[in-house]
Design a protein around this ligand. Structure first.
Ligand SMILES: NC(=O)c1ccc[n+]([C@@H]2O[C@H](COP(=O)([O-])OP(=O)(O)OC[C@H]3O[C@@H](n4cnc5c(N)ncnc54)[C@H](O)[C@@H]3O)[C@@H](O)[C@H]2O)c1
Ligand SMILES: [Zn+2]
Ligand SMILES: [Zn+2]
Length: 361
């Protein structure tokens, strides 16, 4: 019998999201049914409802979640009812070319639940990032569940499921920021702030936060930024150079997803520096750069999917850092809201008032 629950659905491009009754199947082979306890509102949810990801409407939104496993499918091992888990959106297959060569964080064949969740009229829902967790229950692949210490409350644990992991990993895993190095982070929402926190934990000594909103810069300073740059008032490339002895930063993280900020990141690097693009652009965006500059500046231009994380390795580690008081995940939770408050949360995100609004179910 499918489970009838309430979920937040984007029915059509650009339309406000609505709370709908949805049907969630019992888990089949390889699947897990999860009772969602909390789910953060990420900018990517807004991208979905604006049609910026693809046109597979209707979407069941929400993908930054923690909860408790309610039941598992027939052939699932290592996961049982009652397990406290963070949901991840890249369950690796262990078989593809990337996994075979020992780089599973690039897995080219990540998987989700096989069965579809639907509206009551049978219309199949596209679950955001294969999760769909603005719902009381959701169906995922068992590999999308990572068990963590239950002393971390769901509001903070869930944040590791997307934005915080993506930002932390962009700096630490993809950018490989290390002791004594310099980093600039352009865009200080949940993702960028997590990159700043990661850089501090990794030992970076110059951590420059760039944003167009001074409130975000104040938060960044509290989370480890050693310098802040308001790029409305100041040319960020010049400012980053000035703060790094005229050279540029060893690593620049672009956490906005726009051509102009990508260009800033490109030019704000030191010679042979690394650019990490973690912000997600929309399909219409393009950039033009002089080829001679690409060659002459050297270094690496990388993109970071999910912070190049391995959930089984990284989620428990970050929860441990949190429980030890070394990673302030509580600071990311600006407010807790109900399932009917997503549109208001999108507006607050747009106005820059929140790092994360977290739906508590
Ligand atoms: N690569 C991944 O795996 C991954 C995962 C999660 C989110 N993301 C993406 O990361 C990006 C950031 O997500 P978020 O949840 O932090 O969003 P957010 O809306 O909370 O934060 C964006 C920040 O960028 C700032 N900003 C906007 N325009 C700017 C500009 N021109 N210059 C400097 N700062 C500017 C805003 O003031 C805001 O602080 C989004 O594109 C999101 O889709 C990527
Ligand atoms: Zn793989
Ligand atoms: Zn996200």
């Amino acid at each position: 019998m499918p489970h009838e629950v309430q979920g937040v659905v984007a029915l059509a491009k650009g339309e406000p999201v609505t709370v709908e009754t949805i049907l969630v199947p019992d888990p089949g082979p390889g699947e897990a049914l999860v009772r969602v306890q909390a789910c953060g509102v990420c900018h990517t949810d807004l991208h979905y409802r604006e049609g910026g990801i693809n046109d597979d409407f209707p979407f069941l939104l929400g993908h930054e979640a923690a909860g408790v496993v309610e039941s598992v499918g027939s052939d699932v091992s290592g996961l049982t009812a009652g397990d406290y888990v963070i949901l991840n959106w890249r369950a690796v297959d262990g078989q593809c070319r990337a996994c075979q060569r020992g780089e599973p964080w690039y897995c080219f064949n990540t998987h989700n639940a096989t069965q579809k969740m639907t509206l009551t009229d049978g219309t199949e829902l596209s679950a955001a990032l294969g999760i769909g967790a603005f719902a009381e229950k959701t169906l995922v692949a068992a590999g999308q569940c990572t068990k963590v210490d239950e002393r971390a409350r769901p509001e903070v644990a869930g944040l590791l499921g997307c934005g915080v992991m993506a930002g932390f990993g962009a700096a630490v895993n993809t950018g490989k920021i290390g002791r004594g190095q310099s980093i600039a982070v352009i865009g200080c929402g949940g993702v960028g702030i997590a990159a700043i926190a990661g850089a501090r934990i990794a030992g970076a000594t110059t951590i420059i936060a760039v944003d167009i909103d001074s409130r975000k810069l104040a938060t960044a300073a509290g989370m480890g930024a050693t310098h802040t740059v308001n790029s409305v008032e100041t040319d960020p490339v010049e400012a980053i150079k000035e703060l790094t002895g005229g050279n540029g930063a060893d690593v620049v993280v672009e956490a906005v997803g726009r051509p102009e900020t990508y260009k800033q990141a490109f030019y704000a690097r030191d010679l042979a520096g690394t650019l990490v693009q973690v912000g997600v652009p929309t399909p219409d965006m393009t950039i033009e750069l002089p080829l001679i500059e690409l060659f002459g500046r050297g270094g690496a231009l990388k993109s970071s999917w999910y912070g190049d994380c391995l959930p089984s390795r990284d989620f428990p580690m970050l929860i441990d850092l949190y429980l030890q008081g070394r990673f302030d995940l509580d600071a990311f939770v600006s407010e807790t809201i109900g399932i009917g408050d997503i549109e208001a949360a999108f507006e607050k995100m747009h106005r820059g008032e929140v790092l994360r609004s977290v739906v508590v179910l």
